[in-house]
Write a protein that binds this ligand. Structure first.
Ligand code: 5AD
Length: 365
């Protein structure tokens, strides 16, 4: 029986407050997204933190992020590595470089590596399958992939090679907004929900999520996004604020829609907290985007309002600089300094510790 928020937060909230127990309808989620009263928001952070502790504990899983390639065939209006950004130096890591980064992840105490890239046709399915097998054989790490919309055959081959998890954010459930910011590739359809279903059928742990504060994103659609986290029964949920990139069409937008969701740290934290309340045992990172817009307290804020994962960046510095999906990207690895001891110390101050093991999604714990 999965743990529900209602089982652990008891009577939090009064009749005057938006309730924190019971079923999470879109209407209730919406009320919390619109909430601006600080004492009431404090009850939201508290409830999410309590649910996080009871469902997944105080251990924080480290996922070593390897940004294996910044080539991308797509023209997404929000993302700095889209194919139209000709100012960007492009790179693709080779097998040996990826293995060296995986080693760095092991040294830091990560139980998982996340291989992320743009939609790079130069990443051949067989080549990556070999890399996955080598990482599993050499280091025994869990392997997460985040490579965009790839063909079902490719996803199947990588799963067979030993990949454990796949991340593919649906970005927004507002179909018209999605179509505007994420044009399909010529001759292909683009249905991320269908791909999430394929990933599930292949036996991957499935992760998805959204950006918060995309120009044109309204509160109603964000409430539906959060409801979908539960309906999709996600194992992992990644959410971060939209960060404008000046070399992209959405980097130039100055006005939002009526009822525009702001791309603030507080709004991103509300989404993290509600994600935890609707999916108590999911793995939820405190994201780099949140730390980028709140350099002082971003990581800690995410960890205090429901997150239980951080993703130290173990990409070589020369490449990391070029993986500019948004500007001035902060790297946990730099932030918390480069050693496991320093990371442990920073987490310790939050009453948390580094997890051991691969950090699979453990259901109904
Ligand atoms: N701001 C914030 N997040 C972004 N992403 C891409 N571009 C931006 C941006 N400008 C996020 C998307 C994508 C993930 C890898 O990075 O949600 O799924």
């Amino acid at each position: 029986m999965p743990l529900r928020a209602a089982d652990v937060v008891g009577t939090l909230g009064t009749d005057a407050d938006p309730p924190l127990t019971g079923e999470w309808s879109e209407a209730r989620i919406l009320r919390w997204l619109r909430e601006e009263d600080e004492p009431r928001l404090a009850t939201l952070w508290q409830a999410a933190d309590t649910v996080r502790r009871r469902a997944v504990g105080d251990a924080v899983h480290l996922r070593g992020l390897i940004e294996v390639s910044n080539h991308c065939a797509r023209t997404c209006a929000y993302c700095g590595i889209n194919v139209r950004n000709t100012a960007l130096r492009r790179y693709r890591m080779n097998h040996a470089e990826i293995m060296a980064s995986a080693r760095a992840a092991v040294d830091l105490g990560c139980g998982t590596v996340v291989m992320q890239a743009g939609e790079d046709d130069g990443i051949r399915a067989d080549w990556l399958a070999d890399v996955i097998r080598a990482i599993k054989a050499e280091y025994g790490l869990a392997v997460t992939l985040s490579l965009g919309e790839r063909l079902a055959d490719e996803l199947a081959g990588w799963r067979e090679a030993g990949a454990d998890r796949y991340l593919l954010r649906f970005e927004t459930s507002d179909a018209a907004l999605y179509a505007r910011i994420h044009p399909p590739r010529a001759g292909r359809t683009c249905d991320r929900f269908a791909i999430l279903g394929t990933l599930r059928a292949l036996g991957y742990e499935v992760g998805s999520g959204v950006m918060v504060g995309i120009p044109g994103q309204r509160y109603e659609s964000l409430a539906r996004d959060i409801r979908l986290f539960a309906e999709l029964d996600l194992d992992m949920i990644g959410v971060g604020p939209f960060v404008p990139h000046p070399a992209t069409p959405l980097g130039q937008v100055t006005e939002g829609a009526t009822d525009q969701v702001p791309n603030t740290a507080v709004m991103a934290c509300k989404v993290v907290a509600l994600a935890r309340l609707v999916r108590p045992d999911a793995n939820i990172p405190s994201t780099t985007a949140l730390a980028t817009i709140d350099r002082v307290g971003g990581y800690a804020a995410g960890l205090r309002c429901g997150a239980n994962v951080v993703m130290p960046n173990v990409t070589p510095a020369e490449y990391r600089r070029c993986y500019e999906i948004y500007p001035a990207k902060v790297c946990l690895h730099d932030e918390f300094t480069a050693t496991r001891a320093a990371l442990e110390e920073r987490l310790g101050r939050l009453g948390r510790h580094i997890a051991t093991g691969p950090g699979d999604c453990v259901r109904g714990c």
